[in-house]
Design a protein around this ligand. Sequence first.
Ligand code: SIN
Length: 331
Amino acid sequence: MNSAPDNTRIVVLGTGGTIAGTAATPDDVVGYRAGQIGIETLLAGVSLPPGTRTEAEQVAQIDSKDMTHAIWQTLAQRVAHHLARPEVAGVVITHGTDTLEETAWFLQRVLASGKPVVLTGAMRPATAREADGPQNLSDAITVAREPGLSGVLAVLAGTVHDACDVRKANPLRLDDAFASGDAGPLGVIAGGRLRWLRLRGDAAGSAAPGVPSSRPAAASHPALSQPVADWPRVEIITSHAGATGALVRALCADGVDGIVVAATGNGSVNRELQQALVAAQATGLAVLCSPRSGPGRAHQSAIDRLPMVDGLTPAKARVELMLRLMERASA
Ligand code: SIN
C-alpha cells in the first residue's frame, strides 16, 4: 500500500497523438496511426517517481491535427475540475505533437490555478523499438510534482518549455522537435532530476505592448462555458510574394470575426494585403500580425498600421485573438 501524503496525486489526461500511436512493426516510426492506445495502458508502462499516485482519464483519442474547439473546451473543463481537488498536485496531458503548442497556449490563457499543467507527447509511436513516449511521460509527471510550480508547461526530450515560447521546430527529429526560440527552455530533466535554466516570464518584459505574458488568466474564462458554436471565428492568412486582398475580402464576406496575418520578416505585410486588412479593420474586423519567420522576436515599428503580437507563432496568435475577442464580448 502506498503511504505517500495525499497531495501528490497527478491526474494524467489522454488526448491521443503519436505517444498513443501504433505501427505494424517496431521499426516503423513514420507509417503509424496516432491515438490508438488508451491512457491507462500508456501509464502502466511508465516508471513513476517514488511516492507518486496517478489517476488516468481519457478525454479524447485523436491525431492532434484534428483538434477541435469542442475538445479544447472539454479538456479545459476537466483540467480545471482536477486542479480544484486539494489532493491533486498537478495535471499531465498526453497530446499529439502537431498542435501541442496551440493547446498549451489555449490552456495557459483560460485556466487560473496555482498548480502546474504539463503537456507531453512523443515523436515515435508507442510500438517503436525505441519509443520516446514513456520517458517523456515519466518526466512530465516529475515536473508536475514540482512544488511551487504553476501555469502550463511542455516537457519533451528531457526539456521543459513555457507554454508561451514552445513551438514544434522539427517534423521528425527527436531531440530538436520542440524549441523555445530566443527565450530558451525553462529547464532540463535527466534521471528524474529537474534543473532550472532560467526564471519564468517574458524575456521581452511584460510591459512591452502586444507581448503576451504567461501569467494565469482570470478565474473563470468564457471559453470554459460559452458554447463553442458561439466562439469568435478567427482565420490565418499568410503574407507572401504576390499576395492580394482577395482572401481578406472573401473571409469578411463569409462573416469572419478576426484574421491573424503570418507576417514576413520583422512583422511586415505585403502592400495589397495590408490595404485590404486596414480597410476591413475600419469596418470592425479584428486583425493581429505574428511573424512567420520562426523563433526570433520581432520589433513593431511606429509606422506599422496593424497590431502585432510578438513571441507567439501564427497558430498561437489565432488562439490569442479568438480569446481576446471572447473576453471583450463578455466584459
Ligand atoms: C499528432 O499530432 O497527433 C500526430 C503527430 C505526433 O504526435 O507527433
